[in-house]
Structure formats: C-alpha cells, structure tokens
Design a protein around this ligand. Structure first.
Ligand code: MG
Length: 455
C-alpha cells in the first residue's frame, strides 16, 4: 500500500461521510432523527422570534416561539411574567427578534451569552424572561433535531419521574388538616401547609389604617403576631392528626421581620419540616448566616432571584438547603443547569419555583431538568386544567404526586395558537396590591391580585 492509495481511501471515506450527512440532512424528521448522527445535520438559522400570550385561567402566560429556516422546525420557551407580561412581549418583538434573525439556532450557549449582554444593562426580570423564552425554545429545537427529549441532552434520567409537593391550606387547623389529608390520599408525599393567605392575614382584625382613611379601600391587612403565634400550633395539629410520614413544608413569603422569621423557624424545627421557604426578603440575604447558626431546619430560597450575585454566596457558604429559582426569571434552562451544578458541589438541592404563573412549557422545562440533575430535591407541583391541556398538547402529566414528561423530542410540548388566542390577557394589569400593618406600613411583598396557585 503506497501513500497515494491511502490518500485515495481517505478521500473516498470523506466523500461517503459527506454524502451521508447531506442525505440525513435532506431527509431530517424530528421524530425519526437517528440518535448519534446529529453532528452531520446542516446548520439551521433563526427566522423569527415572537411572543404569544394567553390567559385561559386568568394568569397571563407568555410563550416564545422560535421559528427556523427549516420548514416545520420550531421551538417553544416560557417567558411568563404574570405581573408585567407586556414589557416582555415588547422585549421579544422589538429587541430579541431582530437580534436573533439569521443567527444559528444550534449555538445555544453563544446565543444566550450574546443576547444577555446585547442590552448592556442586564439581570432584570423583563429581559431575563424574554431571554428564557429564546433559550428554552433553542433547547426544544436542539432536542427535536437530535430526536431526543431534552432530559437526554442533559445526561439522561436520574429518577423515573419528578416528585412534587402540593399546596394545602385552610383558615384553621381542621381545614388545613383536611386539605393535607386530601393530598395524601391522592398520593402526594410532600405537602406545603399555609394558614389562609400568606401571613395568615385573616387572623388580623384591627386595621386601624382603614378607619383613618390611609391607603386604598382594597388594601389588605396583616400583622405579624397572630401569624407567628398560630403557625406552630398548625404544625403541631397536623403532626398529631396525620403523623410523621408526610413531609411538611411552609412558605413564610417574606411577610415578617427577619428576627421574627428566625424565631418562627426555630419553633417549627421540632416538627421536622422538609423545608421552610423564603424566611427573608432577598434584600435581607445577610440574615441567612445568622439563621444557620441557630437552627438546623432546612431552608429554601430564591424564587425572586434574578442573577448570580444573589445566589452564589448563599450556596457556597452553605446557608441554604434548597435553591428554588424561577427558571424563566433567571434567563432559562442554560443558566439553571449551571446553577444546579454549582449547587451539587455544595449539597444544595433543587426545588424550582413552579406556581400557576409558569406556562406548561416552563413546567415541562422544570421537569426535564429535575429528571436529569442528581441533586434534585423536590418540585413545586403545578395543576393543569383541561383548558391548559388543550392549549398545550403534550403537557406533562401528574400521577400519584409525580410529574411525567412526554418522551417526544425536545421539550415534548406544543402550543395550539388558535385556541390560545381565544383567551386574551385580562384587562387588569396584574400588579400586586398592598398589604399593610395595623398602622398602614406596607408589608413586603404585597398580595397577589386574584391569587391563584401562586407559590
Ligand atoms: Mg414561595
């Protein structure tokens, strides 16, 4: 064998490989794409990025659709910011679409990094949600091209399904007990217990600010005392009546002063909560160190976080046990998978925010990541009504307190746009209305207008 024959053989092999690549590319079908050959697929480019809004249950959902130059190939991502949907739509149409048009749909990391800094100022919820819509949609496209569900692209399954926690609530101990029992009977192993609205505002009955005409007539009232005195009794009652088997969670929702929250966590510790959520506002991150020194109660934090400045210190100092960011709020799957990896090194588990103001596309994305990361902790359980399931074919399914995603390529979920259009955004802009102490002092955060399954 001489050099010329080796060279001819290499050239022949190269020609055959090139021909196979061209053939695979020409016949590409997302459902039939052979795993392992995707590296031969031709590059696809982004043709259009647009935002679609729908509110079938009164919650303002925003979904981003990324269309490519390959006919029929598109991706979906969640960009839902229920309280400010219109600025997100504007950010997608006026800025992301022209930025992305003609660029490669393949290079997700590069697209994330360049789009992230394209506004120079960054890390706010509006632009992060818009970016999330693009990012998740590109992962959806990547999965469709590979012929694999997204969890496979992330390394495959670490568990057969996603364990959920449910929301139980009531105005007194018996109602809370009954609510927890109903979820346990439906198969849930983890239940979050709340007394009335956040901070048990129904227990506060001396709204002096109202009598003085301070604030608006619709403003709510909540004082710390009744809530702080009653919540340990609720835990005690549920433990006495339902035993130790069920895992109990609770969300303080930042409603009390930090030192009051520390006292509450210490009192609740003996009831062995699975975690206590948001004891402090994110502006008071410095209190986590103090809390850690006084209690071994597991702590979950992060649904309001927007950027790494807020979570890196809490994780690397081991001040929290669960990170529960809202994936679209931090910019999508790309930053979330990195965050999960950071957490793994510090034994912090994931508990992604999963309230009603996440679209089913976002819930599917949560679930794909939940399946693939070793340090999964728990997932806030969504509820998918019939209308949502019709609008979003391939919506994840919930059985026995577990969430299951479709095994179709990508995120495995679609959007019926004509049906979505039948449920326009409500007239009310969606802001949270004030909650005040007895003297009228505003409590952080405020209350959800028409609250529905908000976590
Ligand atoms: Mg919460």
């Amino acid at each position: 064998m001489n050099l010329n024959s080796i060279s001819r053989r290499r050239m022949l092999a190269s020609t055959i490989a090139g021909g196979m690549g061209a053939t695979i590319g020409a016949k590409f079908s997302p459902a039939q794409s052979p795993i392992g050959r995707n590296q031969s697929l031709p590059q696809v480019k982004i043709r259009k990025v647009r935002a679609i809004t729908t509110a079938p249950d009164g919650i303002r959902l925003v979904v981003v659709k990324v269309e490519t130059d390959e006919p029929g190939l598109y991706g979906l991502g969640c960009a839902t910011y229920n309280q400010r949907p219109l600025p997100v739509v504007e950010a997608v149409h006026s800025y992301l679409d022209p930025f992305c048009k003609g660029r490669s749909a393949d290079d997700i990391e590069d697209m994330w990094q360049t789009a992230y800094t394209s506004s120079y100022w960054r890390n706010g919820p509006v632009l992060n949600n818009a970016l999330s819509g693009l990012d998740m949609a590109l992962w959806d496209i990547k999965g469709k091209r590979a012929g694999m569900p997204v969890y496979q692209l992330l390394g495959g399954k670490c568990r057969f399904a996603v364990d959920l926690y449910a929301h139980a609530g009531g105005r007194d101990a018996k109602e809370v007990e009954d609510s927890v029992r109903s979820y346990v009977e439906r198969g849930y192993r983890h239940v979050r217990i709340q007394l009335g609205g956040y901070g048990a505002s129904h227990l506060s009955n001396k709204a002096d600010f109202k009598e003085s005409g301070f604030g608006a007539g619709t403003d709510e009232h909540m004082d710390s005392g009744p809530y702080l005195r009653t919540m340990p009794k609720i835990f005690e009652h549920v433990r006495k009546t339902l035993g130790d088997e069920v895992e109990l969670l609770h969300d303080v929702h930042e409603r009390v002063n930090p030192i009051e929250a520390i006292g509450l966590v210490k009192e609740l510790e003996k009831y062995k909560p699975f975690f206590i959520e948001d004891p402090f506002a994110p502006e008071q991150n410095g209190y986590f160190k103090i809390l850690r020194q006084q209690s071994s109660c597991p702590i979950a934090m992060g649904e309001l976080f927007n950027n790494p400045h807020e979570w890196v210190d809490l994780i690397t100092n081991r001040y929290i046990d669960f990170i529960r960011v809202h994936l679209s709020q931090i910019g999508g799957l790309t930053p979330a998978r990195k965050l999960a990896t950071l957490c793994e090194h510090f034994a912090v588990r994931t508990a992604w925010h999963g309230p009603g103001d996440v679209s089913p596309v976002g819930h599917a994305c949560n679930a794909h990541l939940d399946l693939a990361v070793h340090n999964f902790g728990i997932q806030e359980g969504p509820r998918f009504g019939e209308r949502l399931q019709e609008i979003f074919p391939g919506c994840p399914e919930i059985k026995n307190g577990y969430m299951h995603v479709s095994d179709r390529p990508g995120l495995g979920i679609d959007l019926n746009e004509s049906l979505a259009a039948k449920y326009p955004l409500p007239e009310h802009p969606g802001y949270w209305s004030p909650v005040r102490r007895r003297d009228g002092t505003a409590v952080r955060p405020y209350s959800q207008y028409r609250s529905t399954n908000v976590g």
